[in-house]
Design a protein around this ligand. Structure first.
Ligand SMILES: O=C(O)C(=O)/C=C/C=C/O
Length: 491
């Protein structure tokens, strides 16, 4: 039995794919064409319970006590196996998202390899904290902390970078000896189920990795976060859903790690190399059709170069290639669904009501009959807006940004920080002292200077305010996926 066969994408529980039934299922839709590709079997409450129970049993039957070197060796084998099956993962990710093949290869699946290998290295090298404590009367005590697995972790991941974000969480979770129950987004079920094949092939014990599919209220996600057997929740997705998940685990005071929404700013100073800045800004606004929590939706530009940057970005947007995701020349895919496209188009309406001047885009492109059923949208740029406008305050999650001029550094910092979110920012300037100074002043988790989405996986990653709780990455992941016990011995 495999993750996807005879037209079904399956749940994976206790080491095997679950036989689907028609009664609870939903469609896997290709966002590029609107075509139904397969049926997805929706997990009911009993199946979610079986997943959590088998995850606990796997922990207790030895996985939690597996030597670190065995766990990290398994992660490396998983990376090698994904590499061998690379194009299968690319195809599965593209079927779910419609994203261009070059991005699926160079970002989404490539990062899965890096995530597994990086956390194998980090956990293999991790030490423990210990101290010799001086006491009264010349006595001493030895204090040392051992880190145990957090336990059964609920991993809830979004539809924008499905495999990247899934492995960003599952790699450290497994490396630290946890077992996981994964609830992928209903929009993108394929790679989470396919990963189960690889983990089984490389010898992960049954029950350590489980996948349950579902969506909305009173479904797998809800059954999972409310399940008394869950020891912690790691979630990437919208701030509203994050807030709801927090409420569901609050009665049992379970730890959460949230990477949520953003309304990220770029600040472009007058001393930039215009071409270099345009390249970086285009990437930060339009990557993954703007469907990355780190994408820029607010671009603050020094007034003296505003027209150069605005004009240059319009040209770059015109240079984007929307179309058949299987072509290497394609740079930009569709939005994830018709429902999400309606949300983005509604914001296009609101922007015009708020006085936006549309520099480019603002509608639906005509890409021919083959793609007419897809959820395509035009890359869009606005001017004429202020920080008071809804489309400058609310996360849109599409290929769109508002361009707003500023005069002084202090004004730019104030404008960029004027938000309830706090995930990412980018500062573009050739004065590196100013770059460091302004980047540090950003109230965000990740602040880039003259670059965007450059990732050091050992750094803390996450956001503040509405953008999340906690950090993952490097040591931060170890802290979330383990529970330390400090032992104090009188010497
Ligand atoms: O790059 C990462 O590790 C990561 O977590 C990216 C998150 C993007 C969310 O939309």
């Amino acid at each position: 039995m495999t993750s996807q066969c005879d037209g079904w994408i399956r749940n994976y529980v206790d080491g095997s794919y679950v036989e689907p039934d028609e009664s609870s299922s939903f469609d896997q839709v290709d966002p590029a064409t609107g075509r139904v590709l397969a049926r997805v079997h929706e997990a009911d409450k009993a199946l979610v319970d079986r997943a959590v129970t088998s995850a606990r049993r796997a922990l207790d039957n030895g996985w939690a006590d597996t030597p670190v070197r065995e766990r990290t060796a398994l992660l490396r084998r998983a990376a090698d196996r994904i590499e061998e099956r690379f194009e299968e993962f690319v195809a599965a990710e593209m079927a779910d998202t419609g994203k261009p093949i070059t991005q699926a290869r160079e970002l989404d699946v490539a990062r899965a390899l890096t995530n597994f290998r990086t956390f194998a290295d980090i956990v293999a090298a991790a030490g423990q904290e210990s101290f010799v404590t001086d006491l009264a009367g010349g006595k001493q005590a030895l204090n040392y902390a051992i880190r145990k697995p957090l336990g059964v972790v609920a991993v809830i991941v979004p539809w924008n970078l499905p495999l990247l974000l899934l492995t960003w969480k599952v790699a450290p979770a497994l490396a630290c000896g946890n077992s996981v129950v994964v609830k992928p987004s209903e929009e993108t079920p394929a790679t989470a189920s396919l990963l189960a094949e690889v983990l089984e092939e490389v010898g992960l014990p049954a029950g350590v990795y489980n996948v349950v599919h579902g969506f909305g209220a009173n479904s797998a996600g809800e059954f999972l976060t409310t399940h008394p057997g869950i020891d912690g929740v790691t979630f990437t997705g919208s701030s509203a859903t994050g807030s709801h998940v927090m409420k569901t685990v609050a009665p049992r005071v379970r730890p959460v790690s949230f990477e949520l929404g953003g309304k990220n700013a770029a600040i472009v100073f007058d001393d930039v190399d215009i071409d270099e800045a345009l390249t970086g800004l285009t990437k930060s606004v339009f990557t993954n059709t703007g469907q990355v929590c780190l994408c820029t939706e607010r671009v603050y530009v020094h007034r003296s170069i505003f027209d150069d940057i605005a004009g240059g970005l319009v040209e770059r947007a015109a240079g984007l290639r929307l179309g058949d995701p299987t072509l290497d020349a394609t740079t930009t895919g569709p939005l994830i669904s018709q429902a999400h496209r309606k949300k983005v188009l509604d914001y296009f309406e609101i922007a015009e009501q708020e006085g936006a001047k549309v520099l480019t885009g603002g509608g639906i492109p005509d890409l021919g009959q083959e793609l007419s059923g897809g959820s395509w949208i035009e890359p869009t740029l606005w001017t004429g807006l202020t920080n008071k406008d809804r489309v400058v305050r609310e996360e849109i999650f599409g290929p769109v940004a508002a361009l707003i001029p500023f005069e002084t550094e202090a004004e730019a910092i104030a404008l960029a920080n004027d938000t309830e979110y706090g995930l990412a920012a980018s500062v573009w300037t050739n004065d590196l002292r100013r770059g460091h100074r302004v980047a540090q002043k950003m109230n965000v988790g990740i602040s880039w200077v003259n670059t965007w989405f450059t990732r050091e996986l050992r750094s803390p990653f996450g956001g503040m305010g509405l953008s999340g709780i906690g950090r993952e990455g490097g040591e931060s992941s170890l802290h979330f996926y383990t529970e330390p016990t400090n032992v104090c011995v009188q010497l």
